[in-house]
Design a protein around this ligand. Structure first.
Ligand code: ATP
Ligand code: MG
Length: 455
């Protein structure tokens, strides 16, 4: 005979968060067993559901279990039977109980439940090598059973913050008249040229996974002016860092009739709004995470690229104008500059081909571009884009790209492409800055990197 029961006609009457003031009332709870304490004649079982936990108290001498309804699995009327079944439980087992709620000062949220009947819906046959209460643990054994790892309270808090962060981003952009769009993820050419693309089979041709929605979101400003997309980007990043994924979620924003200064104001406004929103909504989560994110004061500091190069040189670091910031440079920037700040006016040669040149020529040209940083972490990149076809073709060629490969894009510029600007923000990196998560793999549900394609 199976030890497990079917759900049958049982349905949850309350979540663990809804038990206050239920003293003496019968409730039906469902969830999983997060911990068990066995005191011989009394068994304390923590039942966890999506909202939290409640303590179940099984006593050898208490409780009753009426006969099971037909087809609803095994149970028997005797209290000792209920108790012995409770002793078979293992952590992570999925259960349902009907019982009586009772006020109890020392229990979580001041309530515990005395079960009368129980259905064991799925008995766990394995135990993970970690407790759901643990905080920091080696990554790989956890990722191998990620679905179970995500039961850890620490990660649940991270992803509840993520959920609210997404809601706040959408609300902020919707309120400002941006339209949410979706662009193809299977594409014929690189959006930024060259590196870091995943090739795929597309019927009888080679195609690629999109490394960004860049060109499509620019095109969409022609019809909609203000657009945003929240979707995956794919980058064949061969490096093993704490800030790169092969598949990440990007918040992409693009707007017509503005320049990079305008979109920087939109972006910093969004950062401050979102942090204010999640601070308010996720108090319990932040207390679990042990962080208290500060709403940044606006405007955020803006440093010119050349200014920071001089600063780093002044500190004795080796770097020349035109070099990208390497790990040691970012470290130095991170210890000098705390919180969020912008790096603006990057050399044009360092930015993608669609970036508008600000002034200067050739190798010395600056661009209307920015990165949003948080200490040493890049969170977003943006710029004013080129909206003239001849200029765009010239820049494509200068960066060694073939205008023919971008014909589908260039043709749009024959139809009065408005001036426009925008940015792409990495959702996981933004979440890291708010939650204090140190490895980007814990800011996404199922991380993809050079070593990992499962689960
Ligand atoms: P980095 O220099 O850190 O590799 P990038 O400059 O190549 O980033 P962009 O092309 O500017 O990245 O993309 C815009 C934003 O998307 C970045 O600021 C970052 O927040 C996010 N992002 C880019 N690549 C990744 C990645 N591999 N994993 C996670 N987030 C990423
Ligand atoms: Mg960038």
């Amino acid at each position: 005979m199976s030890l497990e029961d079917d759900l049958g006609d049982w349905r949850r009457s309350h979540y663990s968060s809804e038990l206050q003031g239920m003293d003496g009332r019968e409730v039906t709870l469902m969830g999983y067993v997060s911990s068990i304490r066995d005191h011989g004649n009394i068994l304390f079982v923590m039942l966890a559901d999506k909202d939290g936990e409640v303590q179940l108290v099984f006593k050898r001498s208490e409780g009753s279990e009426p006969s099971a309804e037909p087809g609803a699995g095994s149970s028997s009327p005797s209290p000792s039977h209920l108790f012995s079944r409770a002793r078979m439980l293992r952590e992570h087992s999925s259960i349902a109980v009907k019982g009586i709620a009772r006020s109890m000062k020392n229990a979580p949220r001041g309530v515990e439940v005395i079960p009368r009947e129980m259905r064991i819906l799925s008995l766990a046959s394995s135990a993970p090598p970690f407790s759901v209460y643990s905080r920091s643990l080696p990554l790989d054994p956890r990722l191998d059973i990620r679905a179970v790892d995500l039961r850890r309270h620490y990660l649940r808090a991270v992803f509840r913050v993520r959920h609210n962060l997404l809601k706040a981003i959408r609300a902020y952009l919707d309120e400002r008249g941006f339209l949410e769009v979706s662009t193809p993820k299977m594409i014929s050419t690189a959006s930024e040229g060259g590196a870091a693309l995943f090739p795929i089979f597309y019927f009888d041709r080679e195609a690629f996974l999109a490394q960004s929605p860049q060109l499509y979101k620019e095109q969409l400003t022609l019809a909609f002016e203000k657009v945003y997309e929240i979707a995956p980007i794919f980058r064949a990043e061969p490096s093993r860092t704490n800030r790169h994924l092969a598949e990440a979620i990007s918040v992409d924003v693009e707007q017509a009739f503005v320049d990079y200064e305008d979109v920087m104001r939109t972006l910093e406004g969004m950062i401050a709004h979102v942090i204010g929103y999640v601070k308010e909504r996720c108090r319990e989560e932040f207390s679990m995470l042990g962080v208290d994110p500060a709403i940044p004061e606006l405007p955020l500091p803006r440093y010119r690229y050349s200014q920071l190069i001089d600063m780093l040189k002044g500190e004795g670091l080796r770097i020349e104008w035109g070099d990208d910031f390497g790990t040691e440079h970012l470290k130095a920037l991170g210890s000098a500059l705390k919180g969020y700040y912008f790096i603006v006016d990057w050399p044009a040669s360092m930015r993608p081909f669609y970036t508008k040149v600000k002034d200067g020529e050739g190798r010395d040209a600056l661009s209307e571009s920015f990165d949003l940083m948080y200490g040493d972490l890049e969170v977003s990149s943006g710029s004013t884009r080129i909206n003239r076809k001849d200029e765009l073709m010239a820049r494509l060629k200068r960066q060694g790209l073939k205008p023919e490969s971008f014909a589908y894009h260039l043709t749009v510029f024959d139809y009065g492409m408005p001036p426009h600007a925008g940015f792409g923000l990495g959702l996981e990196r933004f979440l890291m800055t708010i939650t204090g998560v140190e490895n980007i793999r814990d800011a996404t549900f199922y991380p993809r990197d050079i070593d990992r394609l499962v689960p």
